[in-house]
Ligand binder design. Structure first.
Ligand SMILES: [Zn+2]
Length: 164
């Protein structure tokens, strides 16, 4: 025990510190007398690599004298090869989408949202532009500025369904 003075002059006792040990401790089997010893054992360094038949065995042999443990994982599991949990819906059949429709002749871009597919919504816009619908933003821009809408570059920005 170490002793130190407190600011008021009283003696404080500070327990002696024991050094911290790092690494795994392993309790070894004792002798016939029942004693057990505690030995610090460093965790083995693990080298994690994809398994390649014919190469991995050699790597394991090379690693052994270096105190490295080689661990191999399959490059693709059978589950990954055989299972496809969810199929991705093609963009033109996706519903509940945010989309953008650019102008061919200026840098303006119309951004909208629909619960239907982009293809169906673009059909509405094409009719609106054709008939000059004054309530439709794309039709108004096309008619007022005499610009052409770039229908081929219309694309999805993100999906709305499942966002919340
Ligand atoms: Zn324009």
């Amino acid at each position: 025990m170490n002793a130190a003075l407190s600011p008021r002059g009283h003696t404080l006792s500070i327990p002696s510190l024991t050094p911290l040990t790092y690494g795994r401790r392993r309790v070894l089997g004792g002798s016939t007398s029942g004693e057990r010893g505690v030995v610090n054992v460093e965790p083995p360094k693990i080298l994690c690599l994809p398994f390649v038949r014919g190469v991995s065995e050699g790597i394991e042999r090379v690693c052994a004298p270096l105190e490295l443990k080689a661990a191999f994982k399959p490059m693709r599991t059978l589950k990954q090869c055989l299972m496809r949990v969810k199929t991705t819906t093609p963009q033109d059949r996706r519903k509940g989408v945010v989309y953008e429709v650019p102008c061919k002749e200026c840098n303006k871009c119309y951004i909208g949202e629909t619960r239907r597919t982009l293809k169906v919504r673009l059909g509405d816009y094409k009719l609106a532009v054709k008939w000059g619908d004054p309530k439709n933003g794309i039709a108004v821009h096309a008619h007022e500025s005499k610009h052409t809408v770039d229908w081929d570059e219309a694309k999805l920005r993100s999906s709305v369904s499942g966002y919340w």
